[in-house]
Design a protein around this ligand. Sequence first.
Ligand SMILES: Nc1ncnc2c1ncn2[C@@H]1O[C@H](COP(=O)(O)OP(=O)(O)O)[C@@H](O)[C@H]1O
Ligand SMILES: O=C(O)C1=C[C@@H](OP(=O)(O)O)[C@@H](O)[C@H](O)C1
Ligand SMILES: [Mg+2]
Length: 428
Amino acid sequence: MTEQTSQDTAPFGLLGRKLGHSWSPQIHARLGSVPYELHELEPEELAGFVRGGSWRGLNVTIPYKREAAQLADEVSERVLRLGVANTLVRRPDGTIYADNSDVLGFAWMLERFCERHLGGSAPEALGARKCLVLGSGGASQAIRAALEDAGARVVTISRTGGETYETLAERHADAALMVNTTPVGMYPNCPATPVSREVMARLEGLAGVLDIVYNPERTELCLIAEELGIPSESGLAMLVGQARFSSELFQGRAIEDELLEKIEDELRSLTRNVVLIGMPGAGKTSCGKRLARMLGRPFVDIDEAILADTGRSAAQIIQEDGEDAFRRVETEVTASYCKRSGMVIACGGGVVTRPQNRDLLRQNGRVVLVDRPLDELSDKGRPVSQAKGVERLAAERMHLYHEWADVILRCTGSAQSDAELVKELLRL
Ligand SMILES: Nc1ncnc2c1ncn2[C@@H]1O[C@H](COP(=O)(O)OP(=O)(O)O)[C@@H](O)[C@H]1O
Ligand SMILES: O=C(O)C1=C[C@@H](OP(=O)(O)O)[C@@H](O)[C@H](O)C1
Ligand SMILES: [Mg+2]
């Protein structure tokens, strides 16, 4: 038996400047790279920590990927090619090896996407075809490398330079794939998109859209693609994929694809919101409160949040300022909660009256229609129901509730058992 050195037990970790948002500790815990610590360093602390600190394996994020490559004793071919590293491994002899698992993580995501949606492997689906890469920053490099490895003809679109967003539609209608590598659309500045619906609709050859942003789960770019019938995926698979290849290097063993897909599913289900919609008085608020308690998640009722924000109830705003004014406030408050993660959200019954609210709910949420027979709905304190009558309101809205919903909850008669049913329906 060999004696255990301090190097065998030294921690893994992530190196960067601001890391509050990171999902890496959770992912590496599932992959077996523990303990995994966060190191927020100032530029002048970097070299000392990398060369002399106590660590066994490190991930590196902005703004230190270039320095990480330079501080290593030996680098992989990928790092040599790109000049940036996101993985450092301390070898038994104390020397440092650098690799770039961003390229591998994206290549893994790309391969799976091509197999699932484009009818073959990445080289089969993309070989000699035009792929658009949005953005020319650090992340763009890794994505371009993976696409070039698959044989694609890569065109980089940026705000300045030869190929811009303005000329995209007229010059690249033949592109097969579009990949966003910019931070546009990333939480908390979401929804936002680097390419408008109008421009994407003009790209007639477009067969797939990928986004490396993973929060929200569906970026606006992906939602636009979905609406146009183009397969899309945002960046969770790349995140989990790069962690996998780093962990393999850290631990010196292979990790199976099945575990990766399991981790992706777990993260999706933990971070997705549960969004309740339905007729006023159907039981969204009552069911949502119980569901949140059951799942140990934060709960927000949009009407209550409006009251807290404005000091006036929904009914009061409608009566004093009119329904249009209320709808504007409702959209604002709905937007601010629906971009968060892991919440239970009870919407106001009228959320479906504004088409733009749909993507707000869907970007990070599974939408549940709380469906209760009309003759059981209370119109107490609900001016819209009182003014129109429940029957007419239902005639106007029911098709929208059904279109917007991912699943339908047929109410059981008790809010508690309704909440249990939602938990079951969404496998939470
Ligand atoms: N599953 C249920 N069965 C019977 N009554 C319910 C149920 N859920 C809620 N209620 C009652 O119906 C009324 C409206 O519920 P609420 O949760 O405020 O609906 P919403 O938020 O959809 O307008 C309340 O009086 C509530 O106690
Ligand atoms: O359906 C509507 O237009 C409304 C529903 C209410 O919420 P509930 O559905 O929770 O009653 C509240 O937002 C407002 O009175 C308007
Ligand atoms: Mg309510």
